[in-house]
Design a protein around this ligand. Structure first.
Ligand code: HEM
Length: 542
Protein backbone atom coordinates (compact mmCIF):
# COMPACT_ATOMS: atom_id res chain seq x y z
CA UNK A 1 0.00 0.00 0.00
CA UNK A 2 1.19 3.50 -0.77
CA UNK A 3 1.71 5.02 2.67
CA UNK A 4 1.95 8.54 1.33
CA UNK A 5 -1.81 8.38 0.82
CA UNK A 6 -2.49 6.90 4.26
CA UNK A 7 -1.45 9.99 6.29
CA UNK A 8 -2.49 13.53 5.35
CA UNK A 9 0.48 15.84 4.81
CA UNK A 10 0.85 18.72 7.34
CA UNK A 11 0.19 21.19 4.53
CA UNK A 12 -3.16 19.56 3.79
CA UNK A 13 -4.47 20.09 7.37
CA UNK A 14 -6.50 23.28 7.62
CA UNK A 15 -4.70 26.03 9.60
CA UNK A 16 -7.64 26.47 12.00
CA UNK A 17 -7.38 22.78 12.93
CA UNK A 18 -3.62 22.98 13.56
CA UNK A 19 -4.11 26.08 15.68
CA UNK A 20 -6.79 24.32 17.73
CA UNK A 21 -4.51 21.30 18.36
CA UNK A 22 -1.62 23.54 19.36
CA UNK A 23 -3.89 25.50 21.67
CA UNK A 24 -5.04 22.30 23.33
CA UNK A 25 -1.48 21.04 23.69
CA UNK A 26 0.02 24.34 24.79
CA UNK A 27 -0.31 23.81 28.59
CA UNK A 28 1.39 20.40 28.23
CA UNK A 29 4.13 21.82 25.97
CA UNK A 30 4.62 24.74 28.30
CA UNK A 31 4.87 22.46 31.36
CA UNK A 32 7.33 20.19 29.53
CA UNK A 33 9.47 23.11 28.40
CA UNK A 34 9.41 24.63 31.86
CA UNK A 35 10.32 21.30 33.46
CA UNK A 36 13.25 20.73 31.09
CA UNK A 37 14.38 24.32 31.60
CA UNK A 38 14.42 24.24 35.41
CA UNK A 39 15.37 20.59 35.92
CA UNK A 40 19.01 19.57 35.71
CA UNK A 41 19.61 16.49 33.54
CA UNK A 42 22.51 14.50 32.15
CA UNK A 43 22.26 16.18 28.71
CA UNK A 44 23.11 19.46 30.37
CA UNK A 45 25.67 17.95 32.77
CA UNK A 46 27.27 14.58 31.99
CA UNK A 47 28.48 14.15 35.59
CA UNK A 48 24.84 13.41 36.44
CA UNK A 49 25.31 9.96 34.88
CA UNK A 50 27.19 9.22 38.13
CA UNK A 51 24.39 10.19 40.51
CA UNK A 52 23.86 7.62 43.28
CA UNK A 53 21.47 4.75 42.47
CA UNK A 54 17.82 5.07 43.37
CA UNK A 55 14.20 4.39 42.47
CA UNK A 56 12.86 5.62 39.15
CA UNK A 57 10.26 8.28 39.73
CA UNK A 58 7.34 9.53 37.67
CA UNK A 59 7.85 12.20 35.01
CA UNK A 60 7.54 15.68 36.58
CA UNK A 61 6.72 14.38 40.03
CA UNK A 62 9.79 12.24 40.58
CA UNK A 63 9.25 10.30 43.84
CA UNK A 64 6.98 12.98 45.21
CA UNK A 65 4.14 10.64 46.15
CA UNK A 66 6.02 8.23 48.46
CA UNK A 67 8.30 11.00 49.74
CA UNK A 68 5.53 13.29 50.89
CA UNK A 69 3.43 10.83 52.86
CA UNK A 70 4.17 11.68 56.49
CA UNK A 71 2.72 8.46 57.86
CA UNK A 72 4.48 5.96 55.58
CA UNK A 73 7.63 7.76 54.51
CA UNK A 74 9.84 6.16 57.16
CA UNK A 75 9.09 2.63 55.90
CA UNK A 76 9.86 3.69 52.34
CA UNK A 77 13.15 5.29 53.43
CA UNK A 78 14.13 2.04 55.16
CA UNK A 79 13.17 -0.05 52.13
CA UNK A 80 15.13 2.07 49.67
CA UNK A 81 18.21 2.10 51.90
CA UNK A 82 18.17 -1.72 51.89
CA UNK A 83 17.62 -1.83 48.14
CA UNK A 84 20.03 0.89 46.95
CA UNK A 85 22.60 1.17 49.72
CA UNK A 86 24.09 3.79 52.01
CA UNK A 87 23.71 6.68 49.59
CA UNK A 88 20.67 6.70 47.32
CA UNK A 89 19.11 9.23 45.00
CA UNK A 90 15.50 10.28 44.57
CA UNK A 91 13.78 13.17 42.89
CA UNK A 92 11.13 15.30 44.48
CA UNK A 93 9.61 17.21 41.59
CA UNK A 94 12.60 18.83 39.88
CA UNK A 95 14.85 18.77 42.94
CA UNK A 96 17.65 16.28 43.63
CA UNK A 97 17.37 14.45 46.94
CA UNK A 98 20.20 12.28 48.22
CA UNK A 99 19.69 10.16 51.32
CA UNK A 100 22.58 9.33 53.62
CA UNK A 101 21.71 6.02 55.25
CA UNK A 102 24.83 4.99 57.13
CA UNK A 103 26.77 6.54 60.02
CA UNK A 104 29.89 6.58 57.82
CA UNK A 105 28.25 8.52 54.98
CA UNK A 106 26.88 11.07 57.48
CA UNK A 107 30.28 11.46 59.10
CA UNK A 108 32.17 11.74 55.79
CA UNK A 109 29.79 14.29 54.28
CA UNK A 110 27.70 16.20 56.82
CA UNK A 111 30.41 16.24 59.52
CA UNK A 112 33.73 16.28 57.69
CA UNK A 113 32.58 18.43 54.77
CA UNK A 114 30.22 20.56 56.78
CA UNK A 115 31.33 23.72 54.98
CA UNK A 116 29.39 22.54 51.90
CA UNK A 117 26.65 20.35 53.50
CA UNK A 118 25.15 22.81 55.97
CA UNK A 119 22.61 24.88 54.10
CA UNK A 120 18.85 24.37 53.97
CA UNK A 121 16.74 23.86 50.84
CA UNK A 122 14.85 26.86 49.44
CA UNK A 123 11.35 26.97 50.94
CA UNK A 124 9.23 29.85 49.60
CA UNK A 125 6.43 29.09 52.02
CA UNK A 126 8.12 27.78 55.20
CA UNK A 127 11.15 30.06 55.13
CA UNK A 128 10.49 33.11 52.94
CA UNK A 129 6.82 33.91 53.56
CA UNK A 130 5.83 32.20 56.82
CA UNK A 131 9.12 33.05 58.56
CA UNK A 132 10.12 36.19 56.59
CA UNK A 133 13.57 34.56 56.33
CA UNK A 134 14.08 34.93 60.09
CA UNK A 135 13.83 31.34 61.40
CA UNK A 136 17.25 29.89 62.16
CA UNK A 137 16.01 26.36 61.46
CA UNK A 138 15.29 27.17 57.79
CA UNK A 139 18.00 29.74 57.14
CA UNK A 140 20.42 29.07 54.26
CA UNK A 141 24.06 28.79 55.26
CA UNK A 142 25.85 32.14 54.96
CA UNK A 143 27.01 35.17 56.95
CA UNK A 144 23.62 35.86 58.56
CA UNK A 145 23.19 32.22 59.54
CA UNK A 146 26.64 32.18 61.13
CA UNK A 147 25.69 35.18 63.29
CA UNK A 148 22.47 33.61 64.57
CA UNK A 149 24.11 30.23 65.09
CA UNK A 150 26.79 31.87 67.23
CA UNK A 151 24.12 33.58 69.32
CA UNK A 152 22.23 30.29 69.86
CA UNK A 153 25.49 28.57 70.77
CA UNK A 154 26.39 31.27 73.31
CA UNK A 155 23.05 30.63 75.03
CA UNK A 156 23.01 26.86 74.88
CA UNK A 157 26.62 25.65 75.14
CA UNK A 158 27.47 23.07 77.78
CA UNK A 159 28.74 25.42 80.48
CA UNK A 160 25.86 27.90 80.17
CA UNK A 161 23.40 24.98 80.01
CA UNK A 162 24.66 23.79 83.38
CA UNK A 163 23.68 27.14 84.87
CA UNK A 164 20.05 26.41 83.87
CA UNK A 165 19.91 23.31 86.07
CA UNK A 166 18.19 25.15 88.97
CA UNK A 167 15.43 26.22 86.54
CA UNK A 168 14.95 22.64 85.35
CA UNK A 169 15.01 21.43 88.96
CA UNK A 170 12.22 23.71 90.12
CA UNK A 171 10.06 23.09 87.03
CA UNK A 172 10.52 19.37 87.51
CA UNK A 173 9.32 19.69 91.13
CA UNK A 174 6.16 21.34 89.85
CA UNK A 175 5.81 18.58 87.26
CA UNK A 176 5.92 15.94 90.01
CA UNK A 177 3.30 17.87 92.00
CA UNK A 178 1.04 18.25 88.94
CA UNK A 179 1.33 14.55 88.08
CA UNK A 180 0.52 13.64 91.67
CA UNK A 181 -2.62 15.76 91.93
CA UNK A 182 -3.85 15.75 88.35
CA UNK A 183 -2.41 12.67 86.61
CA UNK A 184 -5.10 12.62 83.92
CA UNK A 185 -3.61 15.72 82.29
CA UNK A 186 -0.02 14.39 82.26
CA UNK A 187 0.30 15.24 78.54
CA UNK A 188 -0.16 18.96 79.13
CA UNK A 189 1.90 18.94 82.34
CA UNK A 190 4.86 17.73 80.27
CA UNK A 191 4.23 20.48 77.74
CA UNK A 192 4.02 23.10 80.46
CA UNK A 193 7.31 21.90 81.94
CA UNK A 194 9.16 22.08 78.62
CA UNK A 195 7.76 25.45 77.69
CA UNK A 196 8.38 26.97 81.11
CA UNK A 197 12.06 25.96 81.18
CA UNK A 198 12.76 27.60 77.82
CA UNK A 199 10.60 30.64 78.59
CA UNK A 200 12.55 31.23 81.80
CA UNK A 201 15.88 30.81 80.04
CA UNK A 202 14.87 33.01 77.11
CA UNK A 203 12.63 35.71 78.64
CA UNK A 204 13.00 35.30 82.40
CA UNK A 205 9.34 34.36 82.92
CA UNK A 206 8.15 30.96 84.02
CA UNK A 207 4.89 29.49 82.79
CA UNK A 208 3.36 28.24 86.01
CA UNK A 209 0.07 27.35 84.39
CA UNK A 210 -0.66 25.43 81.20
CA UNK A 211 -3.76 27.59 80.69
CA UNK A 212 -1.64 30.73 80.57
CA UNK A 213 -2.69 32.52 77.33
CA UNK A 214 0.97 33.12 76.44
CA UNK A 215 1.79 29.40 76.58
CA UNK A 216 -1.17 28.74 74.32
CA UNK A 217 0.04 31.39 71.88
CA UNK A 218 3.50 29.87 71.69
CA UNK A 219 2.09 26.43 71.07
CA UNK A 220 -0.12 27.88 68.32
CA UNK A 221 3.09 29.13 66.66
CA UNK A 222 4.54 25.62 66.97
CA UNK A 223 1.32 24.27 65.49
CA UNK A 224 1.70 26.52 62.44
CA UNK A 225 5.30 25.34 62.03
CA UNK A 226 4.14 21.74 62.23
CA UNK A 227 1.70 22.38 59.38
CA UNK A 228 3.80 24.29 56.88
CA UNK A 229 7.09 22.47 57.30
CA UNK A 230 6.03 18.93 56.34
CA UNK A 231 7.51 18.01 52.92
CA UNK A 232 4.73 17.84 50.35
CA UNK A 233 2.19 19.70 52.50
CA UNK A 234 2.42 22.60 50.05
CA UNK A 235 3.72 21.94 46.53
CA UNK A 236 5.59 25.22 46.37
CA UNK A 237 8.23 24.07 48.87
CA UNK A 238 8.79 20.96 46.75
CA UNK A 239 8.91 22.85 43.45
CA UNK A 240 10.19 26.30 44.53
CA UNK A 241 9.90 27.59 40.94
CA UNK A 242 6.12 27.45 41.35
CA UNK A 243 6.42 30.60 43.42
CA UNK A 244 6.28 32.50 40.09
CA UNK A 245 2.80 31.17 39.22
CA UNK A 246 -0.53 32.40 40.59
CA UNK A 247 -0.76 31.03 44.12
CA UNK A 248 -4.40 29.98 43.72
CA UNK A 249 -3.17 27.19 41.42
CA UNK A 250 -1.22 25.76 44.37
CA UNK A 251 -3.38 25.90 47.46
CA UNK A 252 -3.11 29.65 48.10
CA UNK A 253 0.18 28.93 49.78
CA UNK A 254 1.22 32.58 50.02
CA UNK A 255 -2.00 33.56 51.75
CA UNK A 256 -1.55 30.71 54.21
CA UNK A 257 2.09 31.65 54.83
CA UNK A 258 1.18 35.30 55.38
CA UNK A 259 -1.54 34.27 57.82
CA UNK A 260 1.02 32.23 59.80
CA UNK A 261 3.55 35.05 59.69
CA UNK A 262 1.00 37.67 60.78
CA UNK A 263 0.11 35.49 63.73
CA UNK A 264 3.60 34.30 64.72
CA UNK A 265 5.39 37.62 64.31
CA UNK A 266 2.86 39.38 66.56
CA UNK A 267 3.51 36.80 69.27
CA UNK A 268 7.29 37.11 69.00
CA UNK A 269 7.41 40.88 68.55
CA UNK A 270 5.17 41.46 71.55
CA UNK A 271 7.33 39.18 73.72
CA UNK A 272 10.44 41.02 72.54
CA UNK A 273 8.79 44.44 73.01
CA UNK A 274 7.67 43.59 76.57
CA UNK A 275 11.15 42.37 77.40
CA UNK A 276 12.73 45.57 76.15
CA UNK A 277 10.34 47.62 78.29
CA UNK A 278 11.22 45.52 81.35
CA UNK A 279 14.94 46.04 80.71
CA UNK A 280 14.51 49.78 80.20
CA UNK A 281 12.54 50.01 83.45
CA UNK A 282 15.16 47.93 85.30
CA UNK A 283 12.58 45.19 85.97
CA UNK A 284 13.79 42.36 83.72
CA UNK A 285 14.84 39.05 85.28
CA UNK A 286 18.23 37.64 84.26
CA UNK A 287 17.69 35.89 80.93
CA UNK A 288 19.04 35.47 77.41
CA UNK A 289 16.79 38.13 75.83
CA UNK A 290 17.98 40.73 78.37
CA UNK A 291 21.66 40.09 77.60
CA UNK A 292 20.88 39.95 73.89
CA UNK A 293 19.05 43.29 73.94
CA UNK A 294 21.80 44.95 75.97
CA UNK A 295 24.40 43.63 73.53
CA UNK A 296 22.58 45.59 70.77
CA UNK A 297 21.61 43.05 68.08
CA UNK A 298 21.72 45.87 65.50
CA UNK A 299 25.51 45.94 65.91
CA UNK A 300 25.76 42.50 64.29
CA UNK A 301 23.25 43.41 61.59
CA UNK A 302 20.10 41.88 63.12
CA UNK A 303 16.86 43.87 62.78
CA UNK A 304 14.00 43.97 65.32
CA UNK A 305 12.16 41.13 63.64
CA UNK A 306 15.26 38.93 63.61
CA UNK A 307 15.90 39.67 67.29
CA UNK A 308 12.29 38.74 68.10
CA UNK A 309 12.50 35.50 66.06
CA UNK A 310 15.89 34.63 67.49
CA UNK A 311 14.53 34.51 71.03
CA UNK A 312 11.09 33.14 70.11
CA UNK A 313 12.62 30.57 67.77
CA UNK A 314 14.55 29.03 70.64
CA UNK A 315 11.34 28.67 72.60
CA UNK A 316 9.57 26.94 69.72
CA UNK A 317 12.59 24.71 68.97
CA UNK A 318 12.88 23.62 72.59
CA UNK A 319 9.29 23.28 73.75
CA UNK A 320 7.40 20.68 71.75
CA UNK A 321 10.51 18.60 71.03
CA UNK A 322 11.23 18.03 74.72
CA UNK A 323 7.60 17.45 75.69
CA UNK A 324 7.12 15.00 72.79
CA UNK A 325 9.89 12.83 74.29
CA UNK A 326 8.53 13.09 77.82
CA UNK A 327 5.14 11.94 76.52
CA UNK A 328 6.70 9.21 74.35
CA UNK A 329 8.44 8.00 77.48
CA UNK A 330 5.10 7.66 79.33
CA UNK A 331 3.63 5.86 76.31
CA UNK A 332 6.53 3.43 76.21
CA UNK A 333 6.21 2.66 79.90
CA UNK A 334 2.55 1.64 79.44
CA UNK A 335 3.72 -0.86 76.83
CA UNK A 336 6.88 -2.08 78.50
CA UNK A 337 6.19 -2.60 82.22
CA UNK A 338 9.27 -4.83 82.53
CA UNK A 339 11.46 -1.86 81.49
CA UNK A 340 9.75 0.36 84.04
CA UNK A 341 10.32 -2.16 86.84
CA UNK A 342 13.97 -2.61 85.94
CA UNK A 343 14.56 1.16 85.90
CA UNK A 344 12.73 1.56 89.20
CA UNK A 345 14.92 -1.13 90.78
CA UNK A 346 18.00 0.80 89.65
CA UNK A 347 16.67 4.13 90.92
CA UNK A 348 15.52 2.70 94.26
CA UNK A 349 18.95 1.13 94.77
CA UNK A 350 20.87 4.32 93.95
CA UNK A 351 18.53 7.01 95.27
CA UNK A 352 16.48 5.27 97.97
CA UNK A 353 13.04 6.50 98.99
CA UNK A 354 13.81 9.57 101.07
CA UNK A 355 14.78 12.09 98.41
CA UNK A 356 14.15 12.92 94.76
CA UNK A 357 16.76 11.83 92.18
CA UNK A 358 19.25 14.65 91.67
CA UNK A 359 21.79 15.68 89.03
CA UNK A 360 24.57 13.87 90.87
CA UNK A 361 22.83 10.49 90.49
CA UNK A 362 23.07 10.44 86.70
CA UNK A 363 26.44 8.59 86.38
CA UNK A 364 25.07 5.82 88.62
CA UNK A 365 21.92 5.25 86.54
CA UNK A 366 23.11 3.53 83.33
CA UNK A 367 19.80 1.80 82.64
CA UNK A 368 17.96 5.12 82.85
CA UNK A 369 20.47 6.67 80.44
CA UNK A 370 19.85 3.72 78.12
CA UNK A 371 16.08 4.35 78.23
CA UNK A 372 16.62 7.94 77.08
CA UNK A 373 18.84 6.84 74.21
CA UNK A 374 16.35 4.18 73.18
CA UNK A 375 13.52 6.76 73.15
CA UNK A 376 15.55 8.99 70.84
CA UNK A 377 16.63 6.11 68.63
CA UNK A 378 13.08 4.90 68.12
CA UNK A 379 11.47 8.27 67.50
CA UNK A 380 13.72 10.77 65.75
CA UNK A 381 12.08 14.20 66.03
CA UNK A 382 10.58 14.38 62.53
CA UNK A 383 8.94 11.93 60.16
CA UNK A 384 11.10 12.63 57.10
CA UNK A 385 14.76 12.78 58.12
CA UNK A 386 16.76 15.99 58.49
CA UNK A 387 17.30 18.02 55.35
CA UNK A 388 20.60 19.77 54.66
CA UNK A 389 21.50 21.37 51.30
CA UNK A 390 24.74 21.41 49.33
CA UNK A 391 26.39 24.68 48.37
CA UNK A 392 29.03 23.09 46.08
CA UNK A 393 29.37 20.07 43.78
CA UNK A 394 30.95 17.05 45.46
CA UNK A 395 31.92 13.42 44.85
CA UNK A 396 31.59 10.52 47.28
CA UNK A 397 32.86 7.01 46.47
CA UNK A 398 32.54 7.63 42.72
CA UNK A 399 29.06 9.14 43.03
CA UNK A 400 28.29 12.69 41.99
CA UNK A 401 26.51 14.93 44.51
CA UNK A 402 25.53 18.15 42.74
CA UNK A 403 25.38 21.62 44.26
CA UNK A 404 21.82 22.51 45.32
CA UNK A 405 20.95 18.96 46.35
CA UNK A 406 18.76 18.26 49.36
CA UNK A 407 20.90 15.86 51.39
CA UNK A 408 18.80 14.01 53.93
CA UNK A 409 20.04 12.44 57.12
CA UNK A 410 18.05 9.20 56.87
CA UNK A 411 17.69 8.53 60.57
CA UNK A 412 14.76 6.21 59.99
CA UNK A 413 17.20 3.76 58.43
CA UNK A 414 20.32 4.47 60.50
CA UNK A 415 18.50 4.28 63.83
CA UNK A 416 16.66 1.11 62.69
CA UNK A 417 19.35 -0.66 60.65
CA UNK A 418 18.97 -4.39 61.50
CA UNK A 419 22.66 -4.92 60.66
CA UNK A 420 23.50 -2.63 63.56
CA UNK A 421 20.58 -2.97 65.98
CA UNK A 422 19.13 -6.30 67.09
CA UNK A 423 15.29 -6.30 66.69
CA UNK A 424 15.19 -2.56 65.97
CA UNK A 425 11.38 -2.37 66.23
CA UNK A 426 11.52 -3.39 69.89
CA UNK A 427 11.93 -0.97 72.78
CA UNK A 428 15.05 -2.53 74.34
CA UNK A 429 17.13 -0.09 76.41
CA UNK A 430 19.58 -2.93 77.15
CA UNK A 431 21.14 -2.32 73.73
CA UNK A 432 22.60 0.92 75.09
CA UNK A 433 24.21 -0.52 78.24
CA UNK A 434 27.89 0.32 77.89
CA UNK A 435 27.08 3.57 76.04
CA UNK A 436 28.27 5.64 78.99
CA UNK A 437 28.66 9.06 77.38
CA UNK A 438 26.03 11.77 76.99
CA UNK A 439 24.49 12.19 73.51
CA UNK A 440 26.54 15.36 72.94
CA UNK A 441 29.80 13.39 73.28
CA UNK A 442 28.67 10.70 70.81
CA UNK A 443 27.99 13.40 68.23
CA UNK A 444 31.75 13.98 67.91
CA UNK A 445 32.92 10.41 68.35
CA UNK A 446 35.71 9.35 65.96
CA UNK A 447 34.10 6.06 64.84
CA UNK A 448 30.63 6.99 63.55
CA UNK A 449 29.44 3.39 64.00
CA UNK A 450 29.84 3.87 67.73
CA UNK A 451 27.42 6.79 67.82
CA UNK A 452 24.29 6.16 69.94
CA UNK A 453 21.70 7.62 67.52
CA UNK A 454 21.34 10.47 65.03
CA UNK A 455 18.26 12.19 66.45
CA UNK A 456 20.06 15.46 67.23
CA UNK A 457 21.20 15.82 63.60
CA UNK A 458 24.74 16.26 62.24
CA UNK A 459 27.46 18.66 61.14
CA UNK A 460 27.21 22.40 61.64
CA UNK A 461 23.40 22.29 61.91
CA UNK A 462 23.49 19.90 64.88
CA UNK A 463 20.89 20.75 67.52
CA UNK A 464 22.40 23.48 69.72
CA UNK A 465 19.85 22.62 72.45
CA UNK A 466 21.17 19.09 73.01
CA UNK A 467 22.58 19.80 76.51
CA UNK A 468 19.42 21.48 77.76
CA UNK A 469 17.25 18.76 76.20
CA UNK A 470 19.24 15.87 77.66
CA UNK A 471 19.20 17.39 81.14
CA UNK A 472 15.42 17.82 81.01
CA UNK A 473 14.90 14.26 79.84
CA UNK A 474 17.21 12.84 82.51
CA UNK A 475 15.80 14.72 85.49
CA UNK A 476 12.14 14.22 84.71
CA UNK A 477 12.32 10.61 83.61
CA UNK A 478 14.35 9.72 86.72
CA UNK A 479 11.91 11.51 89.00
CA UNK A 480 8.77 10.15 87.33
CA UNK A 481 10.08 6.58 87.65
CA UNK A 482 11.11 7.20 91.25
CA UNK A 483 7.68 8.58 92.15
CA UNK A 484 5.07 6.86 89.99
CA UNK A 485 3.89 3.61 88.48
CA UNK A 486 2.64 4.00 84.92
CA UNK A 487 0.22 1.50 83.40
CA UNK A 488 -2.50 1.15 80.80
CA UNK A 489 -5.79 2.55 81.97
CA UNK A 490 -8.57 0.21 83.09
CA UNK A 491 -11.92 1.42 81.72
CA UNK A 492 -15.18 1.56 83.69
CA UNK A 493 -16.11 -1.81 82.13
CA UNK A 494 -13.02 -3.36 83.73
CA UNK A 495 -11.27 -3.76 80.38
CA UNK A 496 -7.79 -2.49 79.53
CA UNK A 497 -7.84 0.69 77.41
CA UNK A 498 -5.09 0.39 74.80
CA UNK A 499 -3.28 3.75 74.46
CA UNK A 500 -3.33 5.39 71.04
CA UNK A 501 0.20 5.03 69.67
CA UNK A 502 -0.22 7.20 66.58
CA UNK A 503 1.46 10.54 65.95
CA UNK A 504 0.02 14.02 65.51
CA UNK A 505 -0.38 14.75 61.74
CA UNK A 506 2.36 16.91 60.26
CA UNK A 507 6.13 17.09 60.31
CA UNK A 508 7.15 16.15 63.83
CA UNK A 509 6.87 12.84 65.69
CA UNK A 510 4.62 14.03 68.49
CA UNK A 511 2.50 11.32 70.12
CA UNK A 512 -1.23 12.09 69.98
CA UNK A 513 -2.80 12.60 73.42
CA UNK A 514 -3.49 9.17 74.94
CA UNK A 515 -4.84 7.75 78.16
CA UNK A 516 -2.96 5.92 80.90
CA UNK A 517 -2.89 5.41 84.62
CA UNK A 518 -0.26 7.22 86.71
CA UNK A 519 -0.16 6.43 90.43
CA UNK A 520 2.21 7.48 93.17
CA UNK A 521 4.30 4.55 94.43
CA UNK A 522 3.90 5.20 98.17
CA UNK A 523 2.39 7.57 100.74
CA UNK A 524 5.89 8.53 101.78
CA UNK A 525 6.71 9.68 98.24
CA UNK A 526 3.41 11.52 98.03
CA UNK A 527 4.22 13.50 101.19
CA UNK A 528 7.72 14.23 99.98
CA UNK A 529 6.54 15.56 96.59
CA UNK A 530 4.00 17.84 98.33
CA UNK A 531 6.55 19.10 100.83
CA UNK A 532 9.27 19.70 98.24
CA UNK A 533 6.91 21.71 96.06
CA UNK A 534 5.72 23.87 98.99
CA UNK A 535 9.37 24.68 99.76
CA UNK A 536 10.21 25.37 96.12
CA UNK A 537 7.24 27.70 95.82
CA UNK A 538 8.42 29.69 98.81
CA UNK A 539 11.70 30.29 97.02
CA UNK A 540 9.83 31.30 93.89
CA UNK A 541 7.72 33.64 96.05
CA UNK A 542 4.53 32.46 94.31
C1 HEM B 1 14.93 16.07 72.76
C2 HEM B 1 14.80 17.28 72.29
C3 HEM B 1 15.40 17.77 70.99
C4 HEM B 1 15.72 17.10 69.84
C5 HEM B 1 15.59 15.61 69.57
C6 HEM B 1 16.23 18.07 68.90
C7 HEM B 1 16.68 17.78 67.61
C8 HEM B 1 17.07 18.72 66.69
C9 HEM B 1 17.48 18.42 65.33
C10 HEM B 1 17.51 17.05 64.71
C11 HEM B 1 17.81 19.57 64.72
C12 HEM B 1 18.31 19.76 63.29
C13 HEM B 1 19.74 19.28 63.18
C14 HEM B 1 20.27 19.19 61.76
O1 HEM B 1 19.82 19.94 60.90
O2 HEM B 1 21.14 18.35 61.49
C15 HEM B 1 17.61 20.63 65.70
C16 HEM B 1 17.83 21.95 65.44
C17 HEM B 1 17.67 22.94 66.38
N1 HEM B 1 17.37 22.77 67.72
FE1 HEM B 1 16.91 21.02 68.63
N2 HEM B 1 16.22 19.30 69.49
C18 HEM B 1 15.73 19.17 70.77
C19 HEM B 1 15.61 20.17 71.70
C20 HEM B 1 16.03 21.45 71.54
C21 HEM B 1 16.06 22.45 72.57
C22 HEM B 1 15.68 22.21 74.03
C23 HEM B 1 16.47 23.62 71.99
C24 HEM B 1 16.68 24.99 72.58
C25 HEM B 1 16.58 25.32 73.80
C26 HEM B 1 16.72 23.34 70.59
C27 HEM B 1 17.15 24.26 69.65
C28 HEM B 1 17.37 23.99 68.32
C29 HEM B 1 17.69 25.02 67.32
C30 HEM B 1 17.81 26.52 67.57
C31 HEM B 1 17.87 24.35 66.10
C32 HEM B 1 18.21 24.95 64.74
C33 HEM B 1 19.66 24.70 64.43
C34 HEM B 1 20.11 25.25 63.08
O3 HEM B 1 19.47 25.02 62.05
O4 HEM B 1 21.12 25.91 63.10
N3 HEM B 1 16.46 22.00 70.36
N4 HEM B 1 17.18 20.07 66.89
Amino acid sequence: MDKTHALPSLASIPTWRLAAVLLLLSPVLFALGFYLYVTPNSFKDSRRKHLPPGPRGLPFLGNFIPLSNAETFRFQAQKWAKQYGDVFYTKMGGADYIYLSSPTAVKELMDKKSSIYSSRPPAPLASDVASAGRRQLFMPYGPKYRVVRKIAHSLLNISISTSYQPIQDVESKQLMYDLLHDPVHFYDHNRRYSNSVIMTVAYGHRMADWDNPLTKKIYSVVNNLQQFSAPGAFLVDTFPSLRHFPQRMFGNWRKFGEKCFNHDSVVYLSLWGDLKKEVDQGKANPCFAKDFYLSDPGKVGLDELQAAYQTGGLVEAGSETTSAYLNSFILNMTQNPHVMRKAQEEIDRVVGHDRLPSWEDEPDLPYLRAIIKELLRMRPPNKFGMQHYTTEDDWYEGMFIPKDTVVVLNWWHINYDPAHWDQPEKFMPERFLGYDLPAASYINIADPNERDHFSYGAGRRICPGVHVAEKSLYLNIARVLWAFDIAKKIGSDGKVVEPDTSMVPGWMTIPVPFECDIRVRSDKKKELIDRIWVEAKKELKE
